[in-house]
Write a protein that binds this ligand. Sequence first.
Ligand code: SF4
Ligand code: SF4
Ligand code: SF4
Length: 235
Amino acid sequence: MKHIDLPRRNLLKGMGAGSLALAAAGCGSTDPTVAESGAHYVMLFDQSKCVGCGRCKEACNKANHLPEGVARLTLERQSDREPGAVCPTCGKTECNCQRKYVRVSCQQCQNAPCVMVCPTGAAYRDPKTGIVTMDADKCAGCKYCIAACPYKVRYINEETDVADNCDFCLHSKLAKGELPGCVSQCKFKALVFGDANDPDSYVSKLLAVKNTSRIKPHLGTEPSLHYIAITKPEV
Ligand code: SF4
Ligand code: SF4
Ligand code: SF4
């Protein structure tokens, strides 16, 4: 499996820079990353296939019974053009040509600052699967985890006052032997999910041959979300 730290100028935009200092200064707890199952569940987002339809987000909200106004994932629209610049395809300054989107969601860090700072154990790593998830009953609503997340993808569910993150649908889908809601509902096959430690899995095979990148790998968080970015041909 390749872990390539490519300079994705726009891919990273919007996933605000955070500091791991809080994590380091947190409870002093560790975050063991080896799952009892031996699996390492990962997701691959292929920007070249995503059309920004939002079905993934709808499926997520439905599968995980999220209230209006919150989301475990968002789609960020990106453009290589400077604001007001003329589109090289249609010649207009406002158009839908060359649209591209990036999935913004929990990166399922293997060294997860949110888990390390949580004082109650509410943000935890499921020992069997290795997936970062929540025990809602333990959450004190202190937001330490939100402050510690360098990807700014955690939020408080205001209906329950509990912090939340994309947990690959651990409780809502994987527990029933189903794929994550966003993956199964993407008609354009922009999302692939599976065990990167299984050499026969489709996701392993894709990671072996595709040019993929991860967001802010230099932070040492070891994200489990991989991206295939749209690249322009060399001229
Ligand atoms: S990206 Fe996910 S696992 Fe990583 S720190 Fe943020 S909420 Fe935790
Ligand atoms: S908000 Fe909840 S999950 Fe986050 S650190 Fe506080 S107790 Fe833990
Ligand atoms: S894996 Fe599940 S929780 Fe995560 S974004 Fe997809 S549907 Fe939502």
